[in-house]
Design a protein around this ligand. Structure first.
Ligand code: ADP
Length: 255
């Protein structure tokens, strides 16, 4: 508050701090707007396609009924139902994205999580003749996480691994967990197509996908990243073209 050198310096620092935080606030706002724009474009793109098909099927269904072609009309209604289910899945994943963290973090059995995920993926793994190896070191069996949300993450990472291995001559999925001090490193490795640096740097971005329309929304890994962060852990990835990818889920070991 005085007139001396120190006061002048403090004053300069205050101005500097205020300018910085203003600039930062502007940057955050710009980033939010950009994300919102991306989000809206992504949603309308994904939802418009089934909606257009539904409109067509409904109009056509009316004509079929007038002509007395009830079986064909019934087929249209079935297709409408499938398409509505699809739009429902899209909005459900958006809801997951926006959902506030739940208070579900407690000691969770990794083996039980992998078993549940396996039940859901077994058919696809067999269909694509994928060899699976799993090794959970006994001290790593329990981690601090929410079971349902951790299952969602593991399911997503393994599903992506299966997708990435479709065209590979060697199709091997290796899941392992080992202790790293107070942490557990769950490692999911595939022998799929792999990714270059540019591709890898985008995988956790919302709406980034290389899959066809209707195959992927590009939300899986961004949601997964936030879930693991919410557990106090880290989700990261390594990859090399032609050599496959490895995803690491680092979680606090449960006592
Ligand atoms: P989606 O599966 O809907 O595309 P994700 O967020 O789960 O969304 O994944 C984003 C993208 O990351 C995928 O489209 C794919 O290009 C890439 N990716 C994720 N996992 C792997 C993997 N194991 N191998 C190669 N590419 C992957």
């Amino acid at each position: 508050g005085g007139e001396d050198e120190i006061a002048k310096m403090a004053d300069a620092l205050r101005t500097f701090r205020d300018t910085i935080s203003e600039t930062q606030a502007e940057l955050i706002q710009a980033a939010k707007l950009a994300a919102l724009g991306q989000l809206t474009a992504g949603i309308s793109h994904e939802i418009n396609q089934p909606l257009t098909a539904i409109r067509h099927l409904a109009r056509n269904g009316g004509v079929l009924i007038e002509k007395g072609r009830l079986d064909d009309a019934r087929e249209n209604i079935k297709k409408i139902d499938v398409l509505l289910e699809k739009t429902n899945r899209i909005t459900a994943s958006l809801r997951d994205l926006a959902r506030k963290p739940k208070h579900d973090i407690r000691p969770t059995d990794l083996v039980a999580v992998l078993d549940d995920v396996w039940t859901l993926l077994e058919r696809r793994v067999q269909e694509h003749s994928i060899e699976v190896e799993a090794q959970i070191d006994p001290p790593c069996r329990h981690v601090m996480a929410g079971k349902v949300r951790l299952e969602q993450v593991v399911l997503n990472v393994i599903s992506n691994a299966i997708d990435a291995m479709q065209g590979s001559p060697v199709r091997r999925l290796i899941v392992s967990a080992h202790q790293d001090g107070e942490w557990v490193q769950l490692r999911i490795r595939d022998t799929g197509a792999g990714m270059d640096e540019d591709h890898l740097s985008k995988v956790f971005d919302p709406f980034f996908t290389t899959k066809d329309v209707g195959e992927g929304l590009g939300l899986g890994l961004s949601v997964s990243y936030n879930i693991i962060k919410d557990f106090g852990g880290i989700l990261r990835a390594q990859s090399k073209i032609g050599d496959g990818s490895t995803f690491w889920i680092k979680l606090k070991m449960a006592q």
